[in-house]
Write a protein that binds this ligand. Structure first.
Ligand code: FES
Length: 138
């Protein structure tokens, strides 16, 4: 069940960074390739017609290596998410849909049913925004 949203103000459509680990191999991959699957994913995402608010950023590792291909979404005053097991051959369209929904959200928390399946099923971690205030039982 998704958490209650954190309202930090109207910062929707601010810059969103989609970090793509270019070192990752898919864990279901049978053979090693010269170009990593993560780099394939990065190249495919970069070649798409993306909204101006979305920036694709290559990174060498997201410390989620056993979950390749790994990506992460982050935006100012928003929750950050790490996703794993992305497939550059099948998941690019859904990743972009999910990243756009994240960009349009106030706090990075997209309603569960509005998230693409690859995000619903392959979330590996989420990190609160720096301004997050501790929540005690309500
Ligand atoms: S090699 Fe991709 S997360 Fe570490």
């Amino acid at each position: 069940m998704p958490p209650k949203s954190l309202k930090l103000g109207s910062n929707s459509m601010t810059k969103t960074s989609l970090f793509v680990c270019i070192s990752c191999q898919r864990k279901d991959q049978k053979t090693q390739t010269d170009v990593s699957e993560g780099e394939h994913l990065y190249n495919k995402l970069k070649s798409q017609n993306l909204s101006e608010s979305l920036e694709i950023v290559a990174v060498k590792c997201l410390a989620a290596c056993s979950n390749g291909c790994s990506i992460a979404l982050s935006g100012e005053d928003k929750w950050s998410y790490i996703y794993g097991e992305m497939n550059p051959h099948t998941d690019v369209a859904e990743i972009i849909i999910g990243a756009d929904a994240y960009s349009q959200s106030i706090d990075g928390i997209v309603p569960w049913r509005e998230r693409p399946v690859v995000f619903r099923k392959r979330t590996r971690a989420r990190i609160p925004p720096i301004a997050f205030k501790e929540i005690h039982n309500e």
